[in-house]
Design a protein around this ligand. Structure first.
Ligand code: DC
Length: 497
């Protein structure tokens, strides 16, 4: 077999402890290449787009006049083809020294590649080569069967998905083609890649599935990056604020709240935070009763003591305060986005007992702070979605909440916040908006210091379903507006939905 490989110069020297190899699978146009190349550029992995190898095979077979129905001739060609893959921060493919990379996206190849990729002997030749490349240096391999067949032991497996329509629009934009045609191509290739007998497109059991339909690219990249960092003890330590400070870089949190820290001699949070928190909370409850139609249900579910994680959907910046007013019995320490901690207003979340988190990042410092709060038997507040809903519908949660719940073994208290999207427009206050906090029954999580990815994703799902069970249908992603009666701007009552 004449499939050769050479690696180009690496963009960065890979840091020690880099998790490798990484498997990225998913259907056509799901973003595998973008994510793979970004990880390669940042961490110094080789990037191998295995789809290009199948494309190059299809090109060579078509040039030789061999149709995919002639499996024997295809297998003979695979055994003798001078195909070389150059994996670097991007992948280039050569046929007998000719760089054919640019031709591999042409319509003829696009339309036929999945037929050739279904031939077992062709796949066997490609898989053997892909494994050699993955063994030669830290590598990210993208394809359809990387996590299931090529690299079943990869320490990190991502499975990217997105709706067919979203993928077609992205493909059409990238390649300046008609979106309807892109949709037809994508649909055809997905069907054949998923239904073939040998190594069909499938998610490995231990792969993390990321549905990117409604996720901006930077979030997808930040998520993938955070998964790599989470598996790198050395890099995690070097990225800690203490290590950065030692290297001369000011730790962002310390800089943001420096004004308060400087006054530490007479100022102590411990002295000011509880009165400030309860003062604000009772004032807010009063205001809500006066200006809105306010109701909190299920308060009997709030445990009187012990470590507790309050989780809720997120519609408006006022939500932490409003959930706090709904819970009332216990003071909540919220994780708050670091952007809120800028001088001069950054003093307020501190005074209120919140602590900063860098969202979409493996913020180890915030994780440790959360664990400390729970260890002290206090209440931690988190929005598992990580940000306010842009659509009004509840979004997919990030796994951080489940991870903290496992590591602390704390009780989880699901809550739903309803109606605060109306507060985006102060004029809505004139209509006495209906604002609700629904508190569901708590559940406990058995403590696991190192939960598996599957455990984390199952608990993430559970948290999501406990929150959605408390929400009216109009906040759920599957909701379709029945007409002007179903106006999502009016907070309904979960009990009546
Ligand atoms: O990722 P892509 O669209 O460039 O893939 C081209 C074709 O190759 C597609 O039909 C699926 C197939 N393929 C595969 O069967 N196994 C892989 N590991 C990668 C791609």
């Amino acid at each position: 077999m004449a499939i050769a490989y050479h690696s180009s110069s690496m963009p960065n020297q890979p840091p020690p402890g880099l998790p490798a190899p990484i498997a990225i699978d998913g259907p056509a146009a799901s973003g595998k290449t973008t994510v793979g190349q970004a990880l390669a550029a940042e961490f110094g992995y080789l990037f191998l787009d295995t789809g290009l190898m199948y494309r190059a095979f299809a090109l060579a077979a078509m040039r030789a006049g061999i149709d995919a129905t002639d499996a024997a001739a295809c297998e003979a060609l695979a055994a003798s083809l001078p195909l070389s893959a150059r994996a670097g921060s991007e992948t280039r493919i050569f046929l007998g020294g000719e760089d054919v990379t640019a031709e591999l996206r042409e319509a003829a190849v696009e339309g036929n590649v999945s037929r050739y990729a279904a031939i077992p002997g062709v796949r066997a030749a490609m898989v053997a080569r892909q494994r050699e490349i993955a063994a030669s240096a830290p590598a990210v391999l993208a394809g359809r069967d990387i996590g299931t067949v090529v690299l079943p032991d990869a320490p990190l497996k991502l499975f990217l998905t997105a709706s067919e329509e979203a993928r077609a629009v992205r493909r059409a934009e990238q390649q300046h083609e008609d979106a309807a045609r892109a949709l037809r191509d994508i649909h055809g290739r997905d069907t054949s890649d998923s239904n073939r007998k040998t190594a069909p497109l499938a998610r490995a059991d231990d792969a993390i599935e990321v549905d990117t339909t409604a996720m901006p690219l930077d979030e997808v990249l930040a998520f993938a990056r955070a998964r790599v960092i989470a598996l790198m003890p050395a890099v995690r330590a070097a990225a800690s604020p203490a290590a950065k400070a030692a290297a001369g870089a000011p730790a962002p949190v310390a800089r943001a709240v420096g004004v308060v820290r400087a006054a530490k001699g007479w100022f102590s949070y411990a002295r000011f935070v509880p009165p400030f928190y309860w003062g604000c909370t009772y004032l807010l409850r009063f205001v809500l009763m006066v200006v809105g139609r306010w109701k909190a249900t299920g308060r009997e579910h709030v445990p009187a003591s012990g470590a507790l994680i309050v989780v809720s959907n997120h519609l408006n910046n006022s939500d932490p305060a409003i959930v706090g007013a709904g819970i009332a019995k216990r003071r909540i320490r919220w994780m708050a986005k670091i952007e809120l901690y800028k001088y001069p207003f950054g003093v307020a979340p501190r005074l209120w007992g919140a602590f900063p988190v860098r969202r979409f990042d493996a913020d180890i410092r915030a994780m440790l702070q959360a664990e400390r709060i729970l260890k002290n038997g206090e209440v931690l507040g988190m929005f598992p979605e990580g940000h306010r809903s842009r659509t009004g519908f509840v979004g997919k949660p990030h796994p951080g909440t489940a991870l903290i719940a496992y590591r602390s073994g704390a009780t989880v208290l699901p809550c739903a916040i309803i109606g605060t999207e109306q507060l985006g427009n102060p004029l809505n206050l004139l209509r006495k908006p209906r604002i609700r906090v629904a508190i569901g029954p708590p559940f406990t999580v058995e403590k696991v210091r190192r939960p598996s990815q599957q455990q984390v994703s199952e608990l993430t799902e559970r948290i999501f379903s406990e929150i959605t069970a408390l929400l009216p249908a109009k906040y759920l992603p599957a909701y379709t507006d029945p007409g002007k009666d179903g106006n999502a701007a009016d907070g309904g009552d979960p009990a009546s939905s």
